[in-house]
Design a protein around this ligand. Structure first.
Ligand code: BES
Ligand code: MN
Ligand code: ZN
Length: 497
């Protein structure tokens, strides 16, 4: 729980009182707004222990009489020397969260450095995101380790000068909502594939839909057959669990543009008959991270009720399993809308389920823009590593918008090209397309495949295979699924003009 307060820090008697400092020029100690804390910082600066570097923190046990501080502990958190940005405060929030957790601090008081040259509301918003994301833990299945179970994030107050309190309260709301969306995405991802099934996606959709302006509808297997969704049905053929296509609709009730979001909800990707190697296969329970991000974003969008935009989300959900009924390499399927695909490799399944969802979504909802989020290719990890999401698009304007939203969210992306040459690689001798484009440029040929199903509609594809887990280490991103994508989508909708 995070609240704002203009009570003096010196009156705080809780567990952890936090100050933020900038790294200063070589010979000077970092500057702190509190005189007494400053003396302590000067003292340890001489030892080289407190420079105010980014992600650095210094824990001080004040002598209460001497320091006049009533808090049990002081924490000085470095903001570094680079230009201040939203990300600087997100990271700082993460540092506080991790320290607070390890100390099992029940009451925290953070002095927001309003004197610095950066908008206070954005500081507050991003600190909140960092605090929530940085204190994330998934301990649902830890039944025995009592000590680990009991570590929880405590109550947090942010000290803000009186005049900024109202604005700061709004910023706490924004930051907390975005942070919670990241948390929800991680929670879904952490669940194993025997728990987080296509049915679980449907249940989640029904839980968040059906209230306010958000409605939820599930397309079940028999309806998929009537609609001729050969991609989802084909990928699902080897699985004992029925597929689901979750549709969430946020409607303003006015005549406004429609944004369509599509998330890959592959609850387990064994590769199918083109079986993956055993090593690391367990990670393929995370192949639903795109779907999770889209669902979590919709939850926040429905709460915030934007009035400039209708938003529709589609999550095609299924497993990809080998069995005697599974799709075979060489099989030809017919996607929604009639295009035929020669399935050369059953492990390139994501594009098959997305193609149905994209084609259906474009036809049914006539969106003005489409964004899909998917753990689509190993190739994007080869190209960009774990530090950038791959972005591919048929529209420069939309691509820029999404890149900027990613930048503001601290979820960095890098655009890769799309062009006719890549589409050539997908030509099949006996069908309209084949589902793999050969060895080279795999992230691009996968996107080129999807492009065939969106027509001329402005569209952005986000390949999060490298960033959905094993993501760049950051104080607010613990190991495991990162929850990437949801905050970018929320930011995009918030800033939609
Ligand atoms: N879900 C995988 C992509 C993936 C790989 C995500 C590694 C995260 C980490 C996808 O379904 C897949 O298997 N893609 C194949 C495509 C290939 C057969 C053309 C791949 O990337 O190996
Ligand atoms: Mn696969
Ligand atoms: Zn996959």
């Amino acid at each position: 729980m995070i609240e704002v307060s203009s009570k003096k820090p010196s009156q705080f008697t809780g567990d952890l009182l936090v100050y933020f400092v900038r790294q200063s020029e070589k010979k000077h100690a970092p500057v702190c707004s509190d005189k007494l804390v400053q003396e302590r910082i000067n003292q340890v600066f001489e030892l080289g222990d407190c420079l105010g570097k980014k992600d650095e923190c210094l824990l001080i046990y004040p002598e209460r009489v001497v320091d006049g501080v009533r808090a049990k502990r002081l924490l000085v958190v470095g903001l570094g020397k680079d230009d201040l940005s939203r990300e600087v405060f997100r990271r700082a929030g993460g540092v506080v969260a991790q320290k607070g957790l390890s100390l099992m601090a029940a009451k925290l008081f953070l002095v927001v450095p309003a004197e610095l040259d950066f908008p206070v509301v954005e500081m507050v918003e991003c600190l909140c995101e960092g605090l929530i994301l940085g204190s994330y833990q998934f301990k649902k299945y830890k039944k025995e380790d009592e000590e680990e179970k009991s570590a929880k994030m405590g109550r947090i107050s942010l000290y803000i000068p009186e005049k900024s309190l109202a604005a700061a309260r709004k910023a706490v709301k924004l930051g907390s909502a975005a942070g919670q969306a990241g948390v929800a995405t991680r929670d879904m991802a952490h669940e194993p594939a025997n728990v987080w099934t296509p049915q679980a996606f449907a249940d989640y959709g029904k839980k968040i839909g059906g209230q306010g302006r958000l409605s939820c509808r599930i397309i079940e297997q028999d309806e998929m057959a009537r609609l001729k969704m050969g991609g989802i049905l084909g990928v699902n053929q080897g699985s004992a669990l029925p597929p689901k296509l979750v549709i969430l609709e946020y409607r303003t009730g006015k005549t406004v543009p429609t944004l369509l979001l599509v998330g890959k909800g592959l609850t387990f990707d064994s590769g199918g008959i083109s079986l993956k190697p055993g090593e690391g296969m367990g990670d393929m329970k995370y192949d639903m991270c795109g779907g999770a991000a889209v669902m979590a974003a919709m939850e926040v969008i429905a709460e915030e009720k934007p009035h400039r935009l209708d938003v529709v989300a589609l999550v095609p959900a299924t497993e990809n399993m080998p069995s005697s009924s599974a799709l075979r390499p060489g099989d030809i399927i017919t996607q929604y809308g009639g295009k035929t695909v020669e399935v050369m490799n059953t492990d390139a399944e994501g594009r098959l389920i997305l193609a149905d969802a994209l084609a259906y979504g474009v036809e049914e909802f006539k969106p003005d823009a489409v964004i899909d989020v998917a753990t689509l290719t190993g190739a994007v990890v080869v190209g960009l590593g774990h530090h950038r999401t791959g972005l591919l698009s048929n529209n420069d304007y939309l691509a820029d918008k999404v890149l900027k939203a990613g930048e503001r969210s601290g979820e960095l992306m890098w655009r890769l090209p799309l062009a006719d040459e890549y589409r050539e690689q997908l030509k099949s001798k006996i069908a309209d397309l084949k589902n793999i484009g050969g060895k080279h440029g795999g992230a691009i040929t996968a996107a080129a495949f999807l492009q065939a199903f969106v027509g001329e509609t402005p569209w952005v594809h986000l390949d999060i295979a490298g960033t959905a887990w094993d993501y760049t280490e950051k104080p607010y991103v613990p190991k495991g699924p990162s929850g990437i994508g949801a905050r970018t989508l929320i930011e995009l909708v918030r800033g939609w003009q």
